[in-house]
Every structure is written in structure tokens, then in C-alpha cells.
Design a protein around this ligand. Structure first.
Ligand SMILES: Nc1nc2c(c(=O)[nH]1)N[C@H]1C(S)=C(S)[C@@H](COP(=O)(O)OP(=O)(O)OC[C@H]3O[C@@H](n4cnc5c(=O)[nH]c(N)nc54)[C@H](O)[C@@H]3O)O[C@H]1N2
Ligand SMILES: Nc1nc2c(c(=O)[nH]1)N[C@H]1C(S)=C(S)[C@@H](COP(=O)(O)OP(=O)(O)OC[C@H]3O[C@@H](n4cnc5c(=O)[nH]c(N)nc54)[C@H](O)[C@@H]3O)O[C@H]1N2
Ligand code: SF4
Ligand SMILES: [Mo]
Length: 701
């Protein structure tokens, strides 16, 4: 028997981007472990990815190209050859492209975060074709915009420093589920005497392990940050030297936050005045003592109307108290912009016809957009969609409309997948893609600072092909003869980072493949001496670019679209706020079909506070219907004060077809967008909940 260990990378949409060691015995991957030497992975993978071989060799893996033989959505397919598949796709796309290539839409997100299998050959293909552009907003663009207005780029505190902090605010994130290797550092800080505070409407797995949990109403974080700034300035817990040297607009900020008294803030956030004041005092006084204060802010708080402003306000806090002076101080939202990704080489936007700028479709309005007709404002009706690295029928908002769109008889849909997902059921042609164990890739991350290499550990299963190879074949069949369409995956990986950028001067693909990972060349404490990537070079409390973009140039509070306070008329019918954050054992909708993981999650649940359950006569274990004007889904009630009063929580994202009613929480979410960044508002939703007939519920037990 021959045994080897192959260096690989977890490809999933998770900030941790773990270094993996794959054991291969006679060509079969038998184990996947965390690399003990990689500093952030430290030998540990999460439960989901420890089961990677179960996912890779799953009996339901798609292994051959298929064509649809039943009605759209029914999921009935018949095996075809690659030749027939590629030929059929080209024959359908060519006449549409001749009419108007913008009628063709790529739809992809982060099934793999790899720079090669993500957006390289696929983007080249769609650029050459002149297809519509996709605004990939579904996750992080609201906060990304708010952060960039304030600090210039998504660069923040290095996760490897957090154990040195004395106060850590975990703000709108649940790292035990979604950022495990950050949590390890936070726990080490706790052992060394740090205070951990979770700011989250829900008592998540993480919140229950922190010293304090501030359970504010969803969508009110911007107000809490304004209240903290009010207290910091009023009590002079300010690093005046840092503020004078490295910030812009302090006087205007001072005037603005004077209006945001703890009393006003407490009322908006549904918490006490003392909570607001004590939080600011702990943060400010710790910083004034010269200790590091750090904030890990995530995605939970961005998925509301004012999500961009919320992150902007939080991003102002470290500069006020001079927290950036410490390597362990500051804030981490995302490390994305630390990596000089060479998008021009990877995606080749120059392949678009000279002067051509196709229209852009926002991925979160796919439901409405698939149902739109040709018009002057919209452009041509969407006639073809090519889906890869994403499962829009399960993950996009207002999903009954998404499904209705994909069910259009006149729409041609191609899906590249590992499994027959909810979206794959609507494909005309379904193509089998390789997994991370079967292809080569290179990764940047959004949670640490290592460039990562993924070697192929095993041969592709069945007839599966890498995304790159599928788009190479399509490009060839469509007659695209630019040499970039025959570049190998290794050649693409070799140009993924810009070696003229100081962070990546030492990047060399051949070496990286061998070592598996290499840290960017970045000094700790990135903003100890200013150096923000804003036009002023400073942390911009007053931001002229926001004004130019029609936004308030100063930190402010933007109420949710749907909340009891902001929309009382709607709240009369739908009085409960609903959030649907990630379940620990799923990764978005990935892994839901892995039986061992699904069994741990059980079935779709709804957490509801005893008071809210009580006056609806809902008891533990009852089946409930959650509904609003957009739709409904059913779940089993867990009566628990983990959800604060007025809030219900449905951990997500379930495959619709694996839920008893064929639906999930996205039936109820809206296609509205955030204040900036065109982001989604998954957690800005009012609903009503009712108990379902008892006998039926018992039958399901
Ligand atoms: N196990 C697992 N890990 C994952 C994922 C997964 O699906 N499963 N998904 C990955 C992806 S794509 C992402 S983007 C990240 C997301 O991971 P996180 O950034 O952690 O974001 P969420 O889990 O959406 O929300 C985290 C917490 O925010 C809270 N929250 C909801 N609304 C608000 C609010 O208005 N204010 C505040 N302060 N808190 C709020 C939720 O209750 C939840 O506990 O995780 C990644 N990691
Ligand atoms: N209600 C609600 N909805 C949400 C969220 C929420 O918290 N609540 N979170 C939102 C967020 S943060 C995000 S990021 C999105 C996530 O949305 P998506 O990025 O669509 O994530 P997944 O659901 O994991 O779907 C990824 C798919 O890609 C496939 N895939 C993986 N690797 C490859 C590959 O190499 N090739 C091909 N062809 N396919 C591959 C996987 O099998 C999987 O089916 O969902 C959003 N939707
Ligand atoms: S999902 Fe996250 S924690 Fe789990 S192995 Fe992948 S990168 Fe690591
Ligand atoms: Mo995400």
C-alpha cells in the first residue's frame, strides 16, 4: 500500500481557511486533519470539515453530466456525455449571445473560496462573452463599504494577536460556530484575564461563554456604538494625541454624538442605560490604562437596513481610544484587503469588447430579476443562467420568487455542482464539479494573513471536472481562442497575487505548493502610526466620500425596514423579529445533505422566548408556522430565553427539500438592500408565529 500526506486547504466560506493534511492510501483519501504546524489552524478542523471524506465520497455525489427529463424543479435527470453537455450549452448560448450577451447571467458565490476554481476561468469566459456582471453582495458588502469609508480598506487586527487583548468585544458574530480559530485566541485571552463581551440579540453558543452578554434588538448596533462614543467623549476617555494625528472630523463627531445619550440609545436598543455606559467605560478605561482593547465584529449585524453604518460606527471606536497603537488592539472585520489579489490577471476584464460595460445584476434580487421582462431600465430579459459555487434557491432572499424564476420554461439553466441541491433541481444541464480534494487551488483568506496552497490529493471522482476545465471546454466550443483559455490551473495560481505589492513580494507558487502556507509580509499593529487607506490617510469620522455618495458623512443610526419601532403598522400583523444565522454543523447550505451532520442539527427549529410562546399557546416541541406577507415555513419550536423577547431565531440554511414542508427561512426574507454596499437584509424581517395542528405535530415526532 502506498500512503502519502497531501497539503490542502479548506475551501469553504469561513474566515479560518484552515491548512489541511490529507492522508491518501492507494489513491483514496482516508483522512483529513488540521495541520498542527499552521499557526492559526493549530491541528484542529471543525466537525464539518473533519468529515470531508464523507462528503467527497458521498453516494449522492454527481459523477456524470446530466440533462433534465422532467419538469423544472422536479429533479429528474438522465445521464449524457460531456460532449453532448458542452455542445448543448454552446448551442443554447450562442444565439442568445448574438442577440444580446447581457441576457446571459453567471450566478456564483463562495462554494469554494479558491481564487482558481472561484473566479478565474469562469470570469474570463463571461468577460469574453460580454455577459451581465453579477454584483456579489450576498454576504459582506454592507459592512465592507462602511469599514472602507472609515478606515480605507478591509485590513484590521491580526487574529494571531487577540490573546494579548484585555477586553474583547465579540460584536455580531458567533465564533464557536463560524470562526472557531478566533475563539481559541479569545479563550486564551480569557485565561490571561481578559473580559469577553458578546453583543448579540441571541444567546448564541458564544454569548453564553462570555463574561457578559448584551442582548440588544437586531439592527440597533449603530445606536449602541453612538452611545459608546457619547460616553467616551463625555468622560474624556479619549487618546487625544492619536485623535489629533490620525483622525479627521473629531469636532463634528463630538457634536453629533452629543445627541446620543445612553438613555436614548438604551431605548432604541432595548437594553439598559447602565449597559451602555458600563460597556463604554470598560472599553475606554482599559485603553486609557494602556492595555489592548479589541473588537471582533462580524456579519450578524450587517444584515439589516443600516448594516453599513453600524460597521462604520464600530470602526470609529478604536481610533478614539488609541487602540490601534497595540498589535492586539483595534478591530477585525475582515482581512481581505491584506491580500494583493491580482484580479486583472485572474479574471481578465480586458477580454470585454473595447468600451463595453455590461449591466450589473445584484445577486440578492435574483428572485425579482429572473421574473423581469425586457425594458429600457433593466435591459434584456435574463434568458440563461449559469450557476456555480452557489445554491441560490436555498440561500437567496424571498426564495419562492427565486424558485418561480428558475421554473420559467423559457429560461436556460446550467448548474455546476457536487450534489443535486435545491438549485440543481431546476437545471436544464447539470454538470459534476470536483471537490477541493480533486483539484488545485490557491487561497487568500478573510480571517488570517496566510497565503494558502491546495494540492490535488486524489483523481476526480467519476467524470467530475474542475470548474476551470468546464469553462475551458465551453470557451473552446464557443470559439474563444485567446491563449488565456488554455492556461493550466497551476499557471493561473502562479499569478494570483501581485508580487509588486509589498505584502506579497515573496510569493512564489512553486514554493507555496510545497510549504502549503506562507504569511503575508505585514507589520503587526497596521495603524499604530495612522496610514489608513482613506483619501486623507486618516480614520475618517467625517467622510466626504459618503457625502458625495448621498449618505450622511457622520456616524448615524438608520432604523431597520421592519421592526416594531420603525414600522408599527407592519408590526401589528407581524410582531416578532426573525433572524436566521448559521447553524454550527452546516456551512451556509453546504453539508446539509451530510447525514451525520444533519442528524446533529436534527430538523429545522425555531427558538422562541417563553413569553412570546406562552401567549400563542406554543409549547416545547410543537410544530409552528412562521409567516409574513412574503411566505411561510414550518419548524419545531424550542421555547427558550436564548432568544430575547420579541425575537425568533431559526438556525440556517436548510436545504428546502430536506425540510418537512420543502421550505426554509428565506421564504420570509426580503430582497431589500442595505444603506450602502447593496447588501442583503436577511435579519431585518418581521414575522408572526402560530402553532400547527397538534395531531399533525405528534405525527411528525
Ligand atoms: N458553522 C458555520 N460557520 C460559518 C458559516 C456557516 O453557515 N456555518 N457561514 C460562514 C459565512 S458565509 C459567514 S458570512 C460567517 C457568518 O458568521 P458570523 O459573522 O458569526 O455571522 P452570523 O452567524 O450571521 O451571525 C452571528 C451572530 O450575529 C447575531 N446577530 C444577528 N443579528 C444581529 C444584530 O442585528 N446585531 C448583532 N449585534 N448581532 C446580530 C446572531 O444572533 C449570531 O449569533 O460565518 C462563516 N462560517
Ligand atoms: N436566511 C439566511 N440566508 C443566508 C444567510 C443567512 O445567514 N441566513 N447567509 C448568507 C451568506 S453570509 C452567504 S455567504 C450566502 C452563501 O451562499 P452560497 O455561497 O451559495 O453558499 P452555499 O449554500 O454553501 O452553496 C455553495 C454551493 O457551492 C457548491 N460548491 C462547492 N465547491 C464547489 C466547486 O468547486 N465547484 C462547484 N461548481 N460548486 C461547488 C457546494 O456544493 C454548494 O452547494 O448565503 C446567504 N443566505
Ligand atoms: S469550515 Fe472553517 S473552521 Fe472548518 S475546517 Fe474550514 S476553515 Fe477550518
Ligand atoms: Mo457569508
Amino acid at each position: 500500500m502506498t500512503t502519502s500526506i497531501v497539503r490542502a486547504v479548506c475551501p469553504h466560506d469561513c474566515p479560518d481557511t484552515c491548512a489541511m493534511l490529507v492522508t491518501v492510501e492507494d489513491g483514496v483519501a482516508t483522512a483529513v486533519k488540521g495541520d498542527p504546524e499552521h499557526p492559526t489552524t493549530a491541528g484542529v478542523l471543525c466537525t464539518k470539515v473533519s468529515r470531508y471524506t464523507e462528503r467527497t465520497y458521498h453516494p449522492d455525489r454527481l459523477l456524470h453530466p446530466m440533462k433534465r427529463v422532467g419538469p423544472k424543479g422536479a429533479g429528474q435527470f438522465e445521464r449524457i456525455s460531456w460532449e453532448e453537455a458542452i455542445d448543448t450549452i454552446a448551442k443554447r448560448l450562442l444565439p442568445i449571445a448574438r442577440r444580446d450577451p447581457q441576457a446571459i447571467l453567471p450566478y456564483s458565490y463562495a462554494g469554494t473560496m479558491g481564487l482558481v476554481q472561484g473566479e478565474s476561468m469562469a470570469s474570463r469566459f463571461f468577460n469574453k462573452l460580454g455577459a451581465s456582471l453579477l454584483d456579489r453582495t450576498i454576504c459582506a458588502t454592507a459592512g465592507g463599504a462602511g469599514y472602507a469609508y472609515t478606515l480605507g480598506s478591509r485590513i484590521g487586527t491580526d487574529v494571531e494577536q487577540f490573546q494579548e487583548a484585555k477586553v474583547i468585544l465579540i460584536w455580531g458574530g458567533n465564533p464557536i460556530a463560524s470562526n472557531l480559530h478566533f475563539w481559541t485566541r479569545a479563550q486564551e485571552a480569557k485565561r490571561r484575564g481578559a473580559t469577553l463581551i458578546a453583543i448579540d440579540p441571541y444567546r448564541s453558543l458564544t454569548a453564553e461563554k462570555c463574561h457578559q452578554h448584551i442582548a440588544l434588538l437586531p439592527g440597533t448596533d449603530a445606536a449602541l456604538a453612538l452611545g459608546m462614543m457619547h460616553v467616551l467623549i463625555e468622560r474624556d476617555l479619549i487618546d487625544h494625541d492619536y485623535v489629533a494625528r490620525y483622525t479627521l472630523g473629531f469636532a463634528a463627531l463630538k457634536e453629533r454624538v452629543a445627541l446620543w445619550t445612553p438613555q436614548r440609545v438604551a431605548h432604541i436598543c432595548g437594553i439598559t442605560e447602565a449597559e451602555v455606559t458600563a460597556l463604554a467605560v470598560l472599553y475606554g478605561e482599559t485603553a486609557m490604562r494602556g492595555d489592548a482593547v479589541a473588537i471582533r465584529t462580524n456579519y450578524g449585524l450587517q444584515r439589516v437596513r443600516g448594516g453599513g453604518m453600524a460597521i462604520r460606527n464600530i470602526a470609529c471606536l478604536p481610533a478614539l481610544v488609541g487602540a490601534w497603537r497595540h498589535a492586539a488592539g483595534g478591530v477585525q472585520l475582515s482581512a481581505s484587503d491584506s491580500f494583493p489579489k491580482n484580479f486583472r490577471a485572474l479574471q481578465r476584464p480586458d477580454l470585454r469588447a473595447a468600451g463595453q460595460k455590461p449591466r450589473t445584476i445584484n445577486m440578492i434580487t435574483i428572485g425579482d430579476d429572473l421574473l423581469r421582462d425586457t425594458s429600457v431600465e433593466f435591459g434584456p430579459r435574463i434568458d440563461a443562467v449559469i450557476v456555480y459555487n452557489s445554491n441560490p434557491v436555498a440561500v437567496a432572499p424571498e426564495s419562492s420568487k427565486v424558485a418561480q424564476g428558475f421554473a420559467r420554461e423559457d429560461l436556460f439553466t446550467v448548474v455546476l455542482e457536487h450534489f443535486q441541491t435545491d438549485t440543481a433541481d431546476y437545471a436544464d444541464i447539470l454538470l459534476p464539479a470536483t471537490t477541493q480534494l480533486e483539484h488545485v487551488d490557491i487561497h487568500s483568506t478573510y480571517g488570517h494573513l496566510y497565503m494558502m496552497a491546495n494540492n490535488a490529493a486524489i483523481a476526480p471522482l467519476g467524470e467530475a471536472k474542475p470548474n476551470t476545465e468546464i469553462f475551458r471546454l465551453l470557451a473552446c466550443r464557443m470559439g474563444f481562442d485567446d491563449p488565456c483559455f488554455s492556461e493550466s490551473d497551476d499557471a493561473i495560481a502562479a499569478v494570483a497575487f501581485d508580487v509588486t505589492h509589498p505584502h506579497a513580494v515573496h510569493f512564489d507558487w512553486t514554493r507555496l505548493k510545497q510549504s502549503g502556507w506562507q504569511k503575508l509580509a505585514m507589520a503587526p499593529a497596521p495603524f499604530a502610526n495612522g496610514g489608513f487607506a482613506t483619501p486623507s490617510g486618516k480614520c475618517e469620522f467625517h467622510c466626504a466620500r459618503m457625502e458625495a455618495d448621498g449618505l450622511d458623512p457622520l456616524p448615524d443610526y438608520i432604523a431597520p425596514y421592519e421592526s416594531v419601532a420603525s414600522n408599527p403598522a407592519l408590526a401589528k400583523k407581524y410582531p416578532l423579529a426573525m433572524i436566521s444565522p448559521p447553524a454550527r454543523n452546516f456551512l451556509n447550505s453546504t453539508f446539509v445533505n451530510i447525514q451525520s451532520l444533519r442528524q446533529t442539527e436534527g430538523e429545522p427549529h425555531l427558538d422562541i422566548h417563553p413569553a412570546d410562546a406562552g401567549h400563542r399557546a406554543i409549547a416545547k416541541g410543537d410544530m409552528v408556522r412562521i409567516f409574513n406577507a412574503r411566505g411561510s415555513f414550518t419548524a419545531r419550536a424550542r421555547v427558550t430565553d436564548r432568544a430575547r423577547r420579541g425575537l425568533v431565531v431559526g438556525l440556517s440554511i436548510w436545504w428546502k427539500k430536506l425540510a418537512s414542508d420543502g421550505k426554509n427561512a428565506n421564504e420570509l426574507t426580503s430582497q431589500r438592500t442595505t444603506d450602502m454596499g447593496n447588501g442583503p437584509v436577511f435579519y431585518d424581517v418581521l414575522v408572526q408565529v402560530e402553532k400547527i395542528d397538534v395531531s399533525k405535530a405528534a405525527g411528525l415526532e
